[in-house]
Design a binder for this molecule. Structure first.
Ligand SMILES: Cc1cc2nc3c(=O)[nH]c(=O)nc-3n(C[C@H](O)[C@H](O)[C@H](O)COP(=O)(O)OP(=O)(O)OC[C@H]3O[C@@H](n4cnc5c(N)ncnc54)[C@H](O)[C@@H]3O)c2cc1C
Length: 418
């Protein structure tokens, strides 16, 4: 039996756990640790959702296309989380109608899409949200001027949309209510493991602060390995690729219809979606090799996305190219590999340090993942670090935490890059 971690009275300088990064995964872990009854400090160098978590496609979905890669567990888990969020965060996560047009030249034929939607419905346990249909021809004219030349079929199914930045804030607010502590504008500098605890230094308000903790969760997204370089002893790390994805917002509104189309150039799946009275289009995938702070929307990606939009919505060709009112980019963290990012698994990977404590891992790093799976990821993290956490009396199950809209207007922030 591993030795029990001794409980310590929380002080201003000691926390049971410390989380680095205030993206969706960091706030989710802070929520789950606080719900378990432990003290937790979250450090965010900038502001909540300043990284990848403001630059997603804003979809709370299983990921229909992941079925092509046989990622059934990922899709099943994400759809289970979608159902939970529709129940627990109805102001923040809403079901929407998605349309998949199939043309003569579409690479995925209608029967394949039909089979995919059947599997998607099964992964959603055949809940009402999993219903789909073939859209009758007489309804095509209502689809925002969608190109009908060469159109063979249109499928309609349901998936959900959120505002990633507001969702992140809402999860953090629930963590704060459970007793978590948040420091924004607080950059983690380094951590040193000695005498069964970390001494952590961070910079806030131009001053260096020091705290101690028994457990650290590295939820720094694309900065995960950069952060890991500042630990002594040096932790194990996963060799990763950063895959940059760009979105654009064009000043040409859609009705409440979401489109899932194939890029005519390379067959990649691209979403065209209503977004605060405008249209959000994304995403692209390009390997990024610089510093994570320098990720920004690429001009070539903006052109690629505009080309997809104008191909499927030719009315936008009648006047000049629609104005791009906003462009932004974020990066996925994927295990390093030679094959195309599109084909690589989107499973979240947890890396931990077995050697630090006899009780259990005192450092756990989160690699990759999905916005949709934040709660499930946090539960896995807590299960991993649990042996190293002091005993506590659980306050709530994360399944039962209701998320309130943070009550602030969001769009359109001036941010253009992650
Ligand atoms: C283009 C794109 C589209 C996507 N679309 C979807 C989608 O539609 N649906 C879906 O489910 N998933 C989607 N994803 C995946 C999802 O967005 C990410 O998995 C998720 O946002 C990752 O969150 P995170 O908290 O791990 O990282 P981040 O959101 O990047 O958070 C990391 C945080 O760490 C902070 N940080 C870094 N260094 C330090 C330091 N030294 N000290 C303190 N703080 C630090 C950063 O400021 C940042 O806020 C998409 C991803 C991409 C790239």
């Amino acid at each position: 039996m591993p030795e029990q971690v001794p409980a310590e009275a929380p002080t201003n300088n000691h926390y049971d756990a410390l989380v680095i990064g205030g993206g969706i995964n960091g706030v989710a872990v802070a929520q789950a640790i606080a719900a378990r009854g432990n003290s937790v400090l979250l450090l965010e160098k900038s502001d909540l959702a300043a990284g990848t978590s403001h630059a997603s496609s804003k979809l709370i979905h299983g990921g229909l296309r992941y079925l092509e890669n046989f990622e059934f567990t990922l899709v099943y888990e994400a759809l289970r989380e979608r159902a939970l969020m529709l129940r627990n965060a109805p102001d923040l996560v809403k079901l929407r109608d998605f349309y998949i047009p199939v043309y003569q030249e579409t690479r995925r034929p209608p029967w394949l899409i039909f089979c995919g939607l059947c599997l998607y419905a099964l992964c959603d346990a055949l809940r009402p949200s999993s219903r789909f249909r073939l859209v009758p021809r007489h309804e095509w004219a209502r689809l925002d001027g969608l190109k009908t030349e060469g159109l063979r079929a249109v499928f309609q199914y349901r998936d959900a949309q959120t505002d990633d930045r507001l969702l992140t804030r809402a999860v953090m607010n629930s963590a704060l209510e459970l007793g978590a502590t948040l420091q924004t504008g607080a950059r983690f500098l380094n951590a040193h493991w000695q005498d069964r605890r970390f001494t952590v230094n961070y910079l806030c308000d131009e001053q260096q602060h020091t705290v101690t903790t028994g457990v650290i969760v590295n939820a720094a997204g694309p900065w995960v390995n950069e952060v890991n370089q500042h630990f002594t002893p040096a932790p194990r790390q996963l060799d990763v690729d950063l895959i940059q994805g760009t979105h654009i917002v064009v000043d040409s509104p859609l009705e409440e219809h979401f489109y899932y189309v194939e890029s005519p150039r390379d067959g990649r799946a691209v979403f065209v979606m209503p977004w605060y009275g405008k249209t959000l289009i994304g995403t692209t995938e390009a390997r990024f090799t610089g510093e994570a702070d320098d990720i920004e929307a690429l001009d070539s990606s903006v052109r690629y996305l505009l080309n997809v939009y104008q191909h499927y919505f030719p009315r936008s060709n009648t006047k000049d190219t629609p104005a791009v009112t906003r462009k932004f980019a974020g990066a996925r963290v994927l295990p390093a590999a030679k094959d195309s990012a599109f084909k690589r698994s989107r499973e979240t990977i947890l890396y931990w340090q077995p050697e630090f404590t006899p009780q259990g891992p005192a450092l756990c790093s989160i690699y990759g993942g999905k916005l949709t799976a934040w709660r499930a990821t946090a539960e896995k993290v807590v299960k991993t670090i649990e042996p190293a956490l002091p005993a506590a009396s659980r306050k709530l199950s994360t399944r039962d935490i209701l998320l309130q809209h943070p009550g602030v207007a969001n769009e359109q922030p001036a941010v253009t890059s992650a």
